[in-house]
Design a protein around this ligand. Sequence first.
Ligand SMILES: [Zn+2]
Ligand SMILES: [Zn+2]
Length: 424
Amino acid sequence: MAAVVALIPALFLALLALVPPLPAQAAGPFFGLPVPEGTCHIGCNFDGLGCYEPGLYHSAVDYVPNAGAVNVLATADGTVAALFTINDPDAAQHGMGNAVVLRHLLASGGVVFSLYGHLDHFDHAFHIGERVSQGAPVGVMGGSGFGQPTFWGTHVHFELKGAGVLGDPATGQYEGYTPTPAENWGYFDPNAYIGQVEFVPLSQEWVSQPSTPAGPGTTTTGQAVQFSSGGAACNWGHPVQYRFDWGDGQATAWQDAATASHAWGRPGRFTVSVAARCAEDTGVVSEAATSGVEVSGDPVDPPSGSSGDSGGGGCFIATAAWGAGSPEVWRLRRFRDACLSQAAPGRWFIANYYALSPPAARRLRENPALRPLVRVALLPLSFAAGAWVRWGQWVGWLALLAALWLGGLGIDAAGVTVRARSGR
Ligand SMILES: [Zn+2]
Ligand SMILES: [Zn+2]
């Protein structure tokens, strides 16, 4: 017994040995040098005193080329936050010249901006929000400043700071030099970032979930009501777009506005959901937020021009004659869906109608004078549709035959009908 008891700690230790060690925390990627390694030396360092004027502190690290000008590189993955050129109206007011500002995300949370000043020129015509990978060239080193292409000796003025602006983040009035140590003005020491601080790679892009769509809990058919959401954001700072799905097969397009309105065509309980996506990288879509709406009342004609109407596109002639969304078009469409498509002869009629009617509808649109005639010609069919729904399919078939005989081949019969009417 004692031997068994003595074995227990040994067993425990043996089990412990089987537990794998915790994986080491993945390190990096880290902020990097803004110039190719080994090509430059530091001129004026961060917080360097009197590099430009006595008593002023340097807000950046200046990298000076050992030989000729070199490419200036993105210190970390980021997006373009601001661009300044020597052709800007206020370019003569500041010494930064051609400058690119990038926005970076810290792995620890938060945002930091990098500025590359005095560039000879940009690598290419950047746009705000553009993604730039770590090590990608932002431009060629130069000496631009105060509206001139070569005001300074060739170097890059490399800043890290808390806002995507030209000057100091605290007041905006000091560019490149500050009256007290630069960290008091919203600047960070690049030496403390390079090779030490982790950034979020560009591949990690997401859009936060928008707020629950707010709208009325109940409504009636045909009554347009508004839903509003908002609050979604892309982690890279891009603008976002919203899309509302109404739960009845219809949805808005992607739009900048976080509000939209809709009228349901039939009663029931519907789920309204809204999602957001990045406007710059449109494949990045948020989780959807949902709420519900209770719709009462009788089915109604959906508003014209509504999207996502799966039964739409049909009734070409009637649509051309009356216009989309008219009651006649709606009645004929319901007749087709509820009755005609249920029986083989009806399906034969539909198939032939759709084969023949688009050219006829086109002629009708091109010649609006024919519209009243066709409306009259379709009235018997509309009557047959009503008879079918009301009295069943046998009366419906008789009415349809009568309609075809009366309505016949459209224009001719319409002419007869018009003559009959005018002769009354
Ligand atoms: Zn500088
Ligand atoms: Zn984005």
